[in-house]
Design a protein around this ligand. Sequence first.
Ligand SMILES: C[S@@+](CC[C@H](N)C(=O)[O-])C[C@H]1O[C@@H](n2cnc3c(N)ncnc32)[C@H](O)[C@@H]1O
Length: 329
Amino acid sequence: MSVAGAPPQTPGAKQTPGAPQQTPGAPQQTPGAPQQTPGAPQQTPGAPLQTGTRVGEAIAGAVTAIAAGGCETPRLDAELLLAHVLGVERERLLSDERLEVRGGAVRAFQLAVRRRAIEREPVAYIVGRRAFRRLQLGVDRRALIPRPESELLVEAALELPAGARVLDVGTGCGAIALALKHERPDLVLSGSDCSSAALDLAAENAARLGLDVRWLHADQLSGVPDEFDAVLANLPYVADAERRSLAPEILRHEPPGALFAGPDGLAAIAALLAQLARRATVAMLALEVGAGQAPAVVRMTQAAGFAHVRRERDLAGIERIVVGEGRRR
Ligand SMILES: C[S@@+](CC[C@H](N)C(=O)[O-])C[C@H]1O[C@@H](n2cnc3c(N)ncnc32)[C@H](O)[C@@H]1O
């Protein structure tokens, strides 16, 4: 269970114990920020970019501006934004010395850097794309940006029996349902969400990727057919009191309905488990949880009727998913 003073919980977000709080607008010493070389042109945040500027120089200026905005990875961000604006792979920025920023790309890059540095908008929203498992997903403010640790939910479902019917509750942009359908086309996938805007985005992703997933607009399991063999869920799990400790990227830009879940962050998960206790067809359940929440969620999963409950850690060593199997009748 998350406690005051613990690192902020973000559904699907990597927890970095001891990471410094970012203060919007505060200048930071940031690894990767360029050193000022005597005689080199001053890179002033917001200074106009001339057409025909070489990419190395354009990136250096952007790194300065993004670092001054308080972002943690200014060089990576600048490269991703410029690659997006120029429509090239990031590697080409480093390998093609003749590449220049010119024409409409000048203004587009300045606007993108401004969104990142001043508004602290996540790079994924600016470029409109995020990689998840083997997919490139469209992302925007309608849904949470999928995080790498949520891929554990997909992995947990890869061993399901052929043809199993799977529901991804709180599907957001559809990441978990779509990635699972992509890797296990034999499974019958549905994704549900209480946000119709998120479901629109999920349906757009499904259409673009050519993946067959049914989308259900529902609050938890209300009105959802009682037909599923497995349920996966990355529901909100941030405690309300942790709101102020979230990074500006999350707090200002990601949908609040995807983040917060009551005083201890467990309200949404508890509500789902209460409903699952009455759904006997569900033989397998996998839930993403925040740092410190796994013991409580294990107990609730057992109380909902799952005999075998295990936890799995993410790459940061945090117990990140709780998996229930062996349904008691
Ligand atoms: C943490 S986001 C996860 C999104 C996506 N599954 C992912 O991993 O990227 C939680 C999602 O749950 C949805 N949600 C919140 N409360 C819900 C509820 N009561 N019923 C259904 N969905 C809900 C939100 O709209 C949001 O899309």
